[in-house]
Design a protein around this ligand. Structure first.
Ligand code: TPP
Ligand code: SF4
Ligand code: MG
Length: 385
């Protein structure tokens, strides 16, 4: 294709073509190695819908994904973009923090104008906690994998949840270490089979059960293949003030999408036990939805956001932590994957409230406030004697 090659050449070697950005490059500071990436074209259709800020979906995108075609993680990326677009979030108000894994690479593919920190394997929660303590004014989005959070980072996951860090913690759960070629992770179900036919003999860690036990004030599970369920769950988690955890079953098409896997597209579709469907209505939105009495539960949050839950399971109560734990266990024993909003405490507070920290982010305190002088230090020391 003669006309095609010069375009690719231009793209790879730095000359912008047809409105496309030039390819970018990052330099690894330790090795000096240049890693290239292909930027997305900036142009978009003038009729694309805009949100309250005048932004289109395109303003919430990132670089082009390098994940395998069909990977569930890319659908979660699309859902995060959609949720942030709907909520009219200013991208520079978001800090997206991840660990290591295919899942942890995804923050590169959304919110290209936000703050980002791709940390060490399993260390996303402590980096996020530190950033949150230094600047409470940002929206914290922690993105992790089942290996990242249930294996090497299990302790970090647990402590960030029990401390009530104000964040949306998303685990893109495929039951394997995708990036390192498909070993079983700690969330792989006992008895499930690897692509090569090996049976997993270890018990699984259910991160949703753990989050409930550890005191998360918003707990949900969803499926990367169900955007209708996932997008409002992400919106509600972002609006929630406290530790919000979402476990998203996200099939790995390369290593864990076969018969015998309990994290495959087919298995989750066949065993999905959804307890409710959510709509998020911000304080500003006119209320246009009108459900039949008895089929909807309204949860009002601190900031006036209303969560309207269409109950699929009429007996399910999202305010009952203990009942949620029992419900999960009973359905897991039958091989079912329970999804939806499983628990919420709309009155929850967060780590800043527990520690009684100052309202002002540390980066906005001036020198006098940070160093109030020896008399203030003397007074503080005296109070501790
Ligand atoms: C300290 C450390 N140990 C091990 C690794 C190797 N490693 C990289 S990603 C990964 C597992 C990733 O699995 P998961 O978090 O489930 O992400 P996925 O790729 O499945 O999305 C491992 C073990 C590493 N990078 N750093
Ligand atoms: S290896 Fe699996 S998790 Fe990683 S990008 Fe491919 S399909 Fe996704
Ligand atoms: Mg994984």
């Amino acid at each position: 294709m003669p006309g095609f090659m010069p375009g690719i050449h231009a793209l790879l070697f730095g000359q912008g073509v047809d409105g496309r950005d030039k390819p970018g490059h990052d330099v690894d500071r330790t090795t000096g190695v240049i890693m290239t990436y292909i930027a997305k074209p900036k142009f978009h259709h003038p009729a694309l819908p805009k949100n309250e800020l005048g932004y289109t979906h395109r303003d919430y995108e990132g670089k082009i994904s390098t994940l395998c075609a069909g990977c569930g993680h890319d659908s979660i990326t699309a859902s995060i973009i959609e949720a942030c677009f709907h909520l009219s979030i200013e991208p520079h108000r978001v800090a997206k923090i991840s660990g290591i894994g295919c899942s942890s690479k995804t923050p590169d593919y959304f919110l290209g104008n936000s703050h980002g920190f791709n940390s060490v394997h399993g260390r996303m929660p402590s980096v996020l906690t530190g950033a949150n303590l230094a600047n409470r004014d940002l929206i914290y989005l922690g993105v992790s994998g089942d290996g990242d959070s249930a294996s090497i980072g299990f302790g970090q996951f647990a402590h960030s949840i029990r401390r009530g860090v104000n964040m949306t913690y998303i685990v893109e759960n495929n039951g394997v270490y995708g990036l390192t070629k498909g070993q079983f992770s700690a969330t792989a179900d006992r008895g499930s089979k690897s692509k090569r036919g090996v049976t997993n003999s270890d018990n699984a860690i259910d991160l949703v059960a753990m989050a409930l036990q550890l005191g998360a004030s918003f707990v949900a599970r969803s499926f990367s293949g169900d955007k209708t369920q996932l997008v409002p769950l992400i919106e509600a988690a972002i609006k929630h003030s406290g530790a919000a955890f979402i476990d998203v079953i996200s099939p790995c098409v390369a290593f864990n999408n076969h018969t015998g896997s309990t994290k495959s597209f087919d298995y989750v579709r066949e065993h999905n036990e959804s307890v409710n469907r959510l709509d998020v209505i911000s304080a500003r939105d006119p209320i246009t939805v009108d459900y039949a009495p008895g089929s909807v539960q309204v949860v009002e949050q601190h900031d006036g956001t209303r969560l309207e839950l269409r109950k699929i399971n009429a007996d399910y109560d999202v305010h009952d932590r203990l009942a949620a734990m029992g419900f999960l266990q009973r359905h897991a024993a039958q091989g079912q994957v329970v999804t939806g909003l499983l628990y919420v405490d709309p009155e929850a507070d967060d780590l800043h409230a527990h520690l009684n920290t100052v309202e002002t982010p540390l980066n906005a305190l001036n020198a006098k406030e940070l160093c109030p002088g020896s008399a203030a230090l003397e007074k503080l020391n005296a109070s501790l004697r």
